[in-house]
Design a protein. Structure first.
Length: 165
């Protein structure tokens, strides 16, 4: 397995053991087929060294933490493990990030910094959907949906509220 241009700082196996993720000083994350040892994908999205990687227990999300404390979520639900980014990055710590750990159910990521700062991140989309519905008290209207999610078919994401018109 050759692929990184510089030091590899972290590795993580997918829960089924089929995919190995590696990352390091070149700021990329590489996905490897463990059986064939072939590179499956190169994920680009960090501007600093990638310190830590972790897969959620269901293997559908890869979480990465870079030296600046930026957390990024990667979609690993495709069978080809192409690893597209999920949403925007989560803002980082004020000093160098140090550690990343996921809760046993994979719904929460915890990061730490060299200063002793600890941050908790809800990374389960269902949690965010429920939170947004509780705050908004309604579904998006079709106009709001089209403006904010162009090209995506309308979906009433808050089952407790009628679809927006």
């Amino acid at each position: 397995m050759v692929g990184h241009e510089d030091h590899v700082l972290t590795v993580a196996f997918s829960p089924d053991g089929d995919v190995l993720a590696s990352a390091g000083q070149d700021t990329s994350i590489r996905l490897w087929d463990v059986r064939t040892q072939a590179e499956m994908a190169k994920l680009i999205g960090h501007n600093q060294y990638v310190w830590r990687l972790a897969f959620t227990p269901d293997g559908k999300t890869l979480v990465s933490l870079d030296a600046s404390g930026i957390v990024r979520l990667w979609d690993m639900s495709d069978h080809d493990a192409s690893g597209r980014p999920i949403g925007e990055t989560l803002p980082g710590h004020v000093s160098w990030a140090w550690a990343l750990v996921l809760s046993p159910d994979g719904s929460t990521a915890i990061t730490t910094a060299r200063t002793g700062e600890v941050q908790l991140w809800h990374i389960d989309p269902a949690w965010w959907r429920a939170r947004a519905c509780a705050i908004a008290g309604r579904n998006l209207t079709q106009d709001e949906w089209s403006r904010n999610l162009p090209g995506e078919p309308y979906n009433a994401t808050c089952p407790q509220w009628p679809p927006g018109h």
